[in-house]
Ligand binder design. Sequence first.
Ligand SMILES: [Fe+2]
Ligand SMILES: [Fe+2]
Length: 169
Amino acid sequence: MIKSIEKILNVQIEKESYSSHLYLSMASWAEAAGYEGISQWLYVQSDEERLHMLKFIHYVNERGGNAIISAIKVPPAKFDDVMDVFQKVLKHEEFVTASINEIVALCNNEKDFTTLNFVQWFVAEQIQEEKSARAIIDKLKLLGKQNLYLLDKDIMAMRAAAEPVGGVA
Ligand SMILES: [Fe+2]
Ligand SMILES: [Fe+2]
C-alpha cells in the first residue's frame, strides 16, 4: 500500500477512535443528567464510530499496510446543555467530513483508485452524519426547555430513519 495513503488512513483511525470517545463522553453526561433517549442516541453513535475505526483498521491491514492504534486524547466531560452537545457533534462531524475529503484528494493525487472506492462509503456516511446532527439542532431550536422531555423520547425514533448508507460494519 502507498505510504502516504497508509499514513493518512492511520490518522483517520485515530480520528474515528476519538469520535467514539467524544460521543461516549457526551452519552455519559446525558445519562447522568437524566436524558435517557439522548444518551442512548449518543451511546449508539459512539458504537458506530468504533465500527468506522474498525473499517479503516481492517482495510489498512488487508491491503498490506499496518494499522496503528494510538492513544486517544481526553474528550470534554462537561457541557452547558443539550444544544451545546449537538452543536459540538455537528462541528466534529464537519471536521471529520473535511478529513475524509482530504483522503479523497490524496487518493486522486496518488491514483489510488482502490482506496478511493473504499472511502466513498465514508463520503456518503458523512452526509448522513451531518444531516442527523442538523436535524436534532433544528428540533432543539423549536423547543422550549419544558418540551425537552418529549424530544428526548422522540430522538431514538429518528435513529431508525438515519441509518448510515451501506449499513454498519
Ligand atoms: Fe465516523
Ligand atoms: Fe461520525
